[in-house]
Ligand binder design. Structure first.
Ligand SMILES: Cc1cc2nc3c(=O)[nH]c(=O)nc-3n(C[C@H](O)[C@H](O)[C@H](O)COP(=O)(O)OP(=O)(O)OC[C@H]3O[C@@H](n4cnc5c(N)ncnc54)[C@H](O)[C@@H]3O)c2cc1C
Length: 534
């Protein structure tokens, strides 16, 4: 068995690369084993119809500034660009909500919908930023050890207590009250206009098996605003070259620090002896030894598929199998032969530089979710799209003039269909037709300008990217799978219940999105353990 590594990282998603980068910078010998032919996982730029598209994720504004700084990603080629508009939500009646990076500009636009909401917006934006800053502090910490708390846990508790007090009495009360709330109720406390409520509440249910009336969706909205400049509008930031550029910069940083990255290396088992890891076995049959194995895969796949059930034990295997991963997102990538003309945008092309949201009201989102609850793809999907080539023309270099790429996230497309599977009866294409239809109603002629299209269903997400249940975030971010409970109580500190086995991906605290935060937190804990034990 070849030896020589201090740690093996399974999966070259962005979090695996973050962990590998920190370990390598600390002088540890580390290798990343990625199953696909390329690194990045869900943070990937791929080829479609002769241009480059963000294949899954498109915006990268949640990446933690400390990760960018520590790993010196800018000197490894990372360039971020932020359009002036964050969200443009065209309505069926030809009007639109626009949320800008500039708060005053947002307020000015909302005024056309009603004075009450225009007056309420700054206060709501302040509240989301304030509560988000507490969650950002929480996200950066390792959840405390509740079984045998040590000095580190006490210090974490003190730090969190200080940040909590820093919220002030009113916001401190508010955060405890609103975290378990339905996001529909949360936005209704501030705003009267349904279109505005929906444009903000959407982020509380995006990528989740939740509707706006589901409990705990406010926590997701606030979590989305944690550690970035999103506020009430949410962030909209692109990487030049697409999200794959984040992964490339991370890989370059890790390699420069001495890490090795091997693509086309699917791990088929985690080897153990006497309850502790001894290395991994690749699908090729190759075995690689190390006493520290770090999984960037979701916790269900890691424990149920890769660890021997006898080593794991029946209780832990049952808990891992019951970790909830109900995917609801389909991704549709389009190559267009011209810039789409949204009726509500008129001639102002700038309006469509950010996220374009087709969610015409709270009830419309809830109704679309209803279909998923009963195992059907929605007939009236909620659609969030971006046209990154408008701010990053390098994506369409060499393509005929006017060519654009449109990246579309569509909900609700449940992984589990009551009457069959996604790969039967052309149902993926039928769903994509409905999604394009939603956009075409708002931008007449868009459907006719599609030159190439690809549809990625939750089943594809599972098969191609290894995401259990096709869940974009490695598992629901509901309150029962959050903080100490992510992925489950007793394993919320990046250490899984097998000696030397760690979790560094989105299934660990604080969860999914291109943040690098689980990878950064896991690296801190692993380095502390390595220092302690050797
Ligand atoms: C459609 C979609 C749209 C999204 N949009 C956004 C967005 O706009 N902004 C945002 O911030 N977030 C978005 N997200 C969420 C975000 O992309 C993910 O949460 C994040 O990229 C996950 O990163 P990760 O490193 O934790 O895991 P992953 O990216 O899932 O990486 C895991 C890696 O492990 C590899 N792997 C799997 N099995 C094995 C094995 N047996 N052996 C070796 N390797 C293996 C996989 O190939 C993959 O590379 C989106 C997700 C999806 C699916």
């Amino acid at each position: 068995m070849p030896t020589g590594f201090d740690a093996l990282v399974i999966g070259g998603g962005h979090n695996g690369l973050v962990t590998a980068g920190y370990l390598a910078r600390a002088g540890r010998r580390v290798v990343v084993l990625e199953r696909r032919g390329r690194i990045g996982g869900a943070a990937e730029t791929a080829e479609l119809g002769g241009v480059r598209v963000p294949r899954l994720a498109d915006t990268v504004g949640r990446i933690r500034p400390s990760v960018v700084r520590d790993l010196d990603l800018r000197s490894h080629g990372l360039r971020l660009v932020e359009p002036a508009v964050r969200v443009f939500a065209p309505q069926p009646d030809g009007r639109a909500i626009a949320l800008w990076a500039d708060q005053a500009r947002t307020v000015e636009g909302i005024r056309a919908w009603g004075l009450h909401d225009a007056d309420a917006y700054p206060g709501f934006d302040r509240l989301v930023r304030s509560l988000g800053s507490f969650l950002a502090e929480l996200a950066a910490q390792t959840p405390p050890d509740i079984k045998s708390p040590g000095l580190g846990d006490a210090l974490t508790g003190l730090r969190l207590g200080r940040t909590f007090r820093g919220l002030g009495k009113r916001d401190a009360h508010t955060i405890l009250r609103v975290l378990p709330m339905a996001v529909a109720d949360f936005v209704a406390e501030a705003f009267e206009t349904d279109a505005l409520r929906a444009a903000i509440a959407w982020r509380g249910v995006r990528h989740s098996f939740l509707g706006p009336w589901s409990a705990g969706s406010t926590a997701i909205l606030l979590g989305d605003s944690a550690g970035n400049d999103g506020g009430a509008a949410g962030q909209t930031v692109y990487a030049i070259g697409g999200p794959g550029a984040v992964s490339e910069a991370l890989a370059s940083a890790a390699r420069a620090a001495g890490a090795e990255i091997r693509c086309g290396s699917r791990v088929s088992a985690i080897a153990t002896r006497e309850g502790a890891v001894t290395g991994v076995v690749l699908a090729s049959g190759e075995e690689i030894a190390a006493s520290t194995v770090i999984s960037g895969l979701d916790p269900k796949r890691t424990l149920v598929e890769l660890v021997d059930p006898v080593t794991l034990g029946p209780t832990m295997r049952w808990r891992a199998a019951n970790y909830r991963t109900p995917g609801v997102v389909a991704k549709i990538n389009l190559v267009l032969d011209r810039v789409p003309r949204f009726t509500a945008a008129g001639d102002d092309e700038q309006l469509i530089h950010g996220r374009i949201l087709a969610a015409p009201g709270i009830d419309a989102i809830e109704r679309a979710f209803d279909a998923a609850k009963y195992g059907r793809p929605s007939d009236t999907p909620i659609v969030e799209a971006t046209i990154p080539s408008l701010v990053d023309p390098s994506l369409v270099d060499g393509a005929p003039d006017g060519t654009q790429v449109m990246s579309v996230t569509a909900q609700y497309a449940p992984y589990t269909l009551r009457d069959g599977a996604w790969d039967r009866d052309g149902r993926a294409d039928a769903f994509a037709d409905r999604v394009v239809g939603v956009l075409d109603e708002l931008a007449p002629g868009l459907a006719g300008s599609v030159r190439a299209r690809e549809v990625i269903t939750p089943l594809d997400l599972e098969r191609e990217y290894g995401l259990s249940g096709g869940h974009p975030l490695h598992g629901e971010q509901a309150l029962d799978q959050w903080f100490l409970w992510r992925p489950f109580l007793g394993s919320g500190r990046y250490r899984l219940p097998v000696g030397g086995l760690y979790l560094c991906g989105s299934g660990a605290h604080p969860g999914g999105g291109i943040t690098g935060q689980p990878g950064q937190n896991a690296a801190r804990e692993i380095l502390a353990d390595l220092k302690r034990h050797r």
